[in-house]
Design a protein around this ligand. Structure first.
Ligand SMILES: [Zn+2]
Length: 328
């Protein structure tokens, strides 16, 4: 089934907007950048460019060019395979293209896949365009981790949520308790570091319980092919996989927090912050750091993020991270 049929309500909103000439200039599409959100974006673009009356026809040249990502008036960008970042130069190229006239005299579109991989300078480059979008342009930010985007970017885009599971991260139950831990950083000593780690463990335990409950709801318990031990295995595997995603999200928030500390320690204004609402604790932490020490914290965390991708228990990594952040 195509994403357009699965997410009929969201799709009808886009179609009505298109037909009445009231599309927004920018959309955040929350879902899988390789799955449902990609498909949805392609359908969106076909709607803009299709040459037949029944749009999208999925058959005309324009529709097929959209599908192969070769349409002349659409530019796709995604993270560089090595750094896994979307570079500011790529974003600037996309913005530049969107300010030029279209080849076919109609719409111009830009799609940023895995938009959460934009670094701070990429996001700032994009912000200016979001404030003054060129006419007849559409920008699609496709992401499964909207919490990795600047709140100021999200607020300037219309949101289309295809996966509640991913969208939830923004207002997830863990967000506020994790922020509480971050506001208290850096730990005064090893004991304080251990305390932060154990607070985090409690948070993950609660999250895990919630995930397990929703996985049980999804499982088809009446399926006779599944005996009890198989069900148990599936439950455990799915729960752990999702818990891992949450842990990666928490780590990303922690990393972004330290990027903000670095920004402030480098004397930049708090208008650039990823967490503008947290300016006070961030300022306090930054005042105790030099640019060098703040940078070092980020490098430490980044090197640990790599290990999170391997099969090392997350709690062990967080525990080590907190200990490394202890004030010298
Ligand atoms: Zn078509």
């Amino acid at each position: 089934m195509n994403a357009v049929d699965t997410y009929a309500e969201a799709w009808n909103g886009i179609r009505n907007g298109f037909e009445s000439g009231r599309l927004a200039h920018a959309y955040v599409i929350v879902g899988s950048p390789r799955g449902n959100a990609l498909q949805f974006s392609e359908s969106f673009l076909k709607l803009l460019f299709c040459r037949n009356a029944e749009k999208p026809c999925n058959e005309c040249t324009a529709c097929r060019q959209v599908e192969t990502h070769r349409h002349v008036d659409t530019l796709w960008i995604e993270p560089q395979s090595k750094s896994r970042q979307i570079l500011a130069d790529d974003v600037r190229g996309l913005i530049h293209r969107m300010t030029q006239t279209s080849f076919e005299g109609g719409w111009k579109a830009g799609v940023i896949l895995c938009a959460e991989c934009m670094n701070v300078s990429s996001e700032n480059a994009l912000l200016k365009t979001l404030e003054e979008p060129p006419p007849k342009t559409i920008l699609l930010l496709v992401t499964d981790s909207p919490q990795g985007l600047l709140p100021t970017i999200i607020s300037r885009c219309q949101k289309i949520v295809l996966s509640e599971q991913h969208a939830g991260a923004l207002n997830a139950e863990w967000y506020e308790p994790v922020m509480n831990i971050l506001r208290d950083l850096p730990p005064r000593n090893g004991l304080a570091a251990a305390k932060s780690a154990s607070q985090l463990k409690v948070i993950f335990d609660v999250v895990k319980e919630g995930i397990a409950e929703s996985v049980i709801e999804e499982l088809d318990l009446s399926d006779e092919a599944l005996d009890e031990s198989k069900l148990k295995d599936i439950l455990e595997a799915r729960t752990n996989a999702r818990l891992k995603e949450v842990q990666a999200d928490v780590f990303r928030v922690m990393l972004n927090w330290h990027r903000d500390v670095l920004l402030l320690a480098s004397g930049l204004s708090d208008a650039e912050l990823i967490f503008p609402d947290e300016s006070e604790p961030l300022q306090r932490q930054a005042s105790r750091q030099t640019q060098g020490s703040a940078l070092q914290s980020i490098q430490t965390l980044e090197s640990m993020a790599v290990r999170l991708d391997r099969n090392i228990p997350a709690l062990q990594i967080f525990d080590e991270a907190f200990r490394k952040l202890v004030r010298p």
